[in-house]
Design a protein around this ligand. Structure first.
Ligand SMILES: Cc1cc2nc3c(=O)[nH]c(=O)nc-3n(C[C@H](O)[C@H](O)[C@H](O)COP(=O)(O)OP(=O)(O)OC[C@H]3O[C@@H](n4cnc5c(N)ncnc54)[C@H](O)[C@@H]3O)c2cc1C
Ligand SMILES: NC(=O)c1ccc[n+]([C@@H]2O[C@H](COP(=O)([O-])OP(=O)(O)OC[C@H]3O[C@@H](n4cnc5c(N)ncnc54)[C@H](O)[C@@H]3O)[C@@H](O)[C@H]2O)c1
Length: 487
């Protein structure tokens, strides 16, 4: 495995555990990768305290006790540090060795068929030749747009903002996607006084149903965050630039010039404008592929364009869905496919769907931990229509439920289902509101199982839970259909 992030680890685990194949993880930094130390885990550690405080503020009997209290920032940062194990991967290495997986520390490059050359941390090189397969799981790093002065200003990226040690007074976040929205949520909760989010499109979270981005925008605005949509940055200037290290201010005041003529002053600028695959320097040209770009894979996660079915790619590097759980899913399948092929079977042929990632990619779930949360699975209405699918949709106000009223007196939220008309099956769902994260898996199950609307009627949600949204959506859909029938 070239890269020992969440995806590489899982591919090694599945190849080893289910087949007895020997696996080696080649890791250049920390075993566990981005998710454990600089992405999912620290970000969620920073978001959870704000969520708890917000919940308390909206329940009479608790709100009066909490009053205007702010978060205990040193305690929040200390818990974050504990959650990232103080940036030590000792426990991960122990896990790998215990699972029978070898770990080699160093930077690896493909050097030919089934061959990886590692520049080891100790200073030498090692050539590894795999008997069966090489899995590329090198992940991605933050993309920094070409903007005059931006790179020179040493902006914070996702590593800095998840591992911040100082809360700057004024921050500009560039990008209104998942990282930008989540980072704005925790920076605001941690007490950034002047927080501005600059983004290109009209809505935040542009890959979600538009109502989700609007509700997140309302949440951020009510927390005092300034949103500047449909704008870009034309130039960045910074005095006294200093490479102080991850999560510390990288210099003096930042001047951010926007393309509409606005000038913003900040103590830090956070770049959250997407990711770049780590493929520019891993020896792809040695196996006949172009350096750089996402690796194109089939549903067994085998890299296309390389003969012999020995090269696989999983996780962010294959660009199919840049999410930890999807990378791990691809890795589980790849690990088992490698084992099956080593045993002489051909899972790419008529093997049943367990050894294919096609089904899971029809139903990609994602939760964005903003306030309100946004959870979704499958395509949005726009994506489904763009793919040529004739769909029917239904929406409902999540605030009109007993379960949500109990959570928060002034609850706001919305839900939407996307139904394929020809089969009457659920293909997509989106929920935006407090406490919706755990609704997503029910929707994922229904989409994967291709549940029809008539069978969903028999899945009875418990009272009084947020899951009652399912019943309300079905009732509304039925009313819509009757109205259409009546003409
Ligand atoms: C701020 C933030 C928050 C996120 N939150 C979530 C979330 O809540 N939920 C979610 O599902 N996803 C989340 N993501 C996305 C998630 O972090 C990624 O999808 C996931 O980390 C990808 O895992 P990976 O194993 O493919 O890559 P990585 O985690 O990037 O691992 C790749 C590994 O390969 C190593 N490597 C690279 N090149 C070489 C080489 N040449 N030789 C040796 N080793 C090498 C790297 O050091 C690294 O350890 C978040 C991302 C960000 C930025
Ligand atoms: N909770 C989660 O599941 C979670 C959390 C964080 C990140 N992630 C994953 O990490 C990946 C990366 O997230 P991201 O937010 O960096 O990328 P993204 O692609 O989700 O969003 C990038 C945003 O930056 C904007 N942008 C791009 N270039 C710009 C420019 N020059 N000026 C202004 N705006 C610009 C885009 O319009 C978009 O709003 C995502 O694919 C996501 O799946 C997941």
């Amino acid at each position: 495995m070239l890269g020992g992030g969440a995806a590489g680890e899982n591919a090694a685990q599945y190849a080893t555990q289910f087949s007895g194949l020997d696996s080696v993880l080649v890791e250049g930094e920390l075993l566990g990768g981005e998710c454990s130390y600089w992405a999912c885990m620290p970000s969620k550690a920073l978001l959870r305290p704000g969520e708890v405080l917000d919940a308390a503020r909206h329940v009479p009997g608790v709100s009066s006790i909490v009053g205007d209290a702010r978060l205990d920032v040193p305690a929040v940062l200390a818990r974050r540090d504990a959650i990232v194990n103080g940036l030590s991967d000792a426990s991960q290495v122990q896990w790998a060795l215990g699972a029978g997986i070898d770990v080699i520390r160093g930077s690896g490059r493909l050097a030919g068929e089934r061959t990886v050359v590692v520049s080891t941390a100790a200073g030498g090189t090692r050539t590894l030749t795999a008997r069966h397969a090489v899995v590329v799981a090198t992940g991605s790093f933050p993309a920094v747009p070409r903007i005059a002065g931006l790179r020179e200003a040493l902006p914070w990226d996702s590593r800095d903002v998840t591992n911040l040690h100082v809360v700057p007074r004024r921050v500009v976040v560039l990008g209104g996607g998942v990282v930008g929205c989540e980072a704005a949520t925790w920076l605001s909760a941690l007490g950034v006084e002047e927080l501005t989010v600059v983004y290109r499109g009209a809505e935040l979270l542009p890959r979600q149903e538009p109502f989700a981005g609007r509700l997140v925008a309302d949440g951020l605005r009510s927390a005092g965050v300034r949103l500047l949509p449909e704008r870009g940055v034309s130039e960045v200037r910074r005095a006294d630039v200093r490479a102080t290290g991850t999560g510390l201010p990288h210099g003096g005041e930042v001047t951010v010039l926007l393309d509409d003529g606005t000038t913003l002053l900040a103590d830090e600028i956070v770049v959250a404008t997407g990711r770049t695959p780590r493929t520019d320097d891993i020896g792809l040209s040695a196996v006949g592929l172009a350096d750089g770009g996402y690796l194109d894979v089939d549903d067994q996660q085998t890299v296309r364009g390389v003969d012999g079915q020995w090269l696989y790619a999983v996780g962010d590097v294959c660009g199919r869905a840049l999410l930890t759980h999807m990378g791990k899913y691809q890795a589980r399948v790849a690990g088992e496919v490698i084992a099956a092929r080593a045993a002489g079977r051909n899972p790419g042929g008529d093997e049943p769907s367990r050894l294919s990632t096609a089904t899971g990619h029809r139903a990609v779930p994602q939760v964005t931990f903003t306030s309100p949360e946004v959870g979704s699975v499958g395509p949005t209405e726009e994506e489904a229509r763009a793919a040529g699918v004739d769909v029917e949709t239904v929406e409902y106000d999540l605030a009109a439920l007993a379960g949500t009223y109990l959570l928060k007196e002034d609850y706001t939220g919305r839900a939407k289902l996307v139904i394929e008309r020809s089969t009457d099956t659920l293909i997509g769902a989106t929920f935006a509101g407090t406490g919706i994260a755990e609704l997503v898996h029910a929707a994922t199950t229904a989409v994967v199982a291709r549940m029809t609307v008539s069978s969903l009627w028999h899945a009875v949600p418990s009272y009084p839970t947020v899951s009652e949204i399912w019943l309300r959506l079905l009732e509304t859909l039925e009313a819509q259909r009757r109205k259409t029938e009546r003409g």
